[in-house]
Design a protein around this ligand. Sequence first.
Ligand SMILES: CC(C)(COP(=O)(O)OP(=O)(O)OC[C@H]1O[C@@H](n2cnc3c(N)ncnc32)[C@H](O)[C@@H]1OP(=O)(O)O)[C@@H](O)C(=O)NCCC(=O)NCCS
Length: 169
Amino acid sequence: MNAKASERRTGSTARGRLVSLTLVAHDRDQDTRRFEIRRKTDGVLLGAVEISRIARGNFQSAYLGYSIISAYRRRGYMTEALQLILRHAFRTLRLHRIEANIEPGNEASLALVRNAGFTREGFSRRYLKIGGRWRDHERWAILAEDWRPSKRSGSRTVSDRPGRGPAGA
Ligand SMILES: CC(C)(COP(=O)(O)OP(=O)(O)OC[C@H]1O[C@@H](n2cnc3c(N)ncnc32)[C@H](O)[C@@H]1OP(=O)(O)O)[C@@H](O)C(=O)NCCC(=O)NCCS
């Protein structure tokens, strides 16, 4: 499938140099938004990124989750997708804070958020149960005022309209 056909099929909503993001799911309470990540050149599905637990009122915050299919890792795809989702969070949703919780040994994820300007705020003991075991996590966050949009982070803002593509990775 070529890139244009893919964009028509999925209703592409944000484009960077390497990847496109498409909103594929809103939950009923509108506090989670899931996007699939596709390669721009050929429309191949690369992974997914999600903003969840969007809290309004005096918080204006949300949590971030992401994954790239193993065969496509270490090519800069998530670095660009992260910039696109931060643009959506800060410019479209007008959020103030995005938080990511990462296991201490996850070097790729730690490098990703550090490079994007997140700050390490703390260490949460036995934060999340994965594979039946409670795992420690580092807490990282970025504020709207910390974020420096990269010129390569996409020329279009993600819209609020879900696309028609499959749910992704
Ligand atoms: C974390 C993840 C999304 C990164 O995606 P990616 O497309 O491979 O990331 P990028 O290629 O944009 O690389 C981001 C940075 O991580 C570094 N990196 C990537 N893989 C790495 C690895 N295995 N070890 C050390 N550093 C790594 C890259 O060098 C880059 O840093 P740099 O720009 O300073 O060189 C991917 O590894 C993944 O899906 N992991 C499994 C799911 C996961 O851990 N999700 C996050 C849970 S908190």
